[in-house]
Design a binder for this molecule. Structure first.
Ligand code: HEC
Length: 99
């Protein structure tokens, strides 16, 4: 019985983690809902970039360009709440000025 419960528990853990592939490493806050949203919004066309790829001041214009790419690809643009969560995540962990 104990083993059965343990197996059930591991299966639940595996299932709940399956929306973000396990080979993705080294992103900030990887276990968080905010990261999952980021992954969902920014991995359809390329690997999601590290937040340090840009400074905080640069991310909003990159995100605006990605909205255009979505439209060009006949995808719906990100809705405002998801876009704001992506922007906050990227800006909070962005490259520090001068880097
Ligand atoms: C619909 C497809 C698509 C989606 C979804 C998408 N991208 Fe892009 N991304 C592209 C294309 C095409 C390029 C290359 C052309 C360019 O740089 O605009 C690119 C390039 C980039 C680059 C490298 C160029 C640069 O300015 O540094 C970054 C960073 C980037 N994307 C971030 C993001 C982020 C953040 C998201 C989520 C909000 C995202 N992308 C979602 C299509 C997409």
């Amino acid at each position: 019985m104990k083993l059965f419960l343990l197996t059930l528990f591991s299966a639940a853990v595996l299932l709940s983690a399956c929306d973000v592939p396990s080979q993705l490493i080294n992103y900030p806050e990887m276990g968080s809902a905010r990261f999952k949203n980021y992954y969902a919004q920014c991995s359809a066309c390329h690997a999601p970039p590290r937040p340090t790829a840009h400074k905080a001041s640069e991310w909003p214009s990159v995100i605006a360009r990605m909205q255009e790419h979505r439209i060009e690809n006949r995808m719906l643009p990100m809705a405002a709440p998801e876009m704001i969560a992506v922007r906050d995540y990227l800006m909070q962990h962005a490259a520090k000025p001068g880097n």
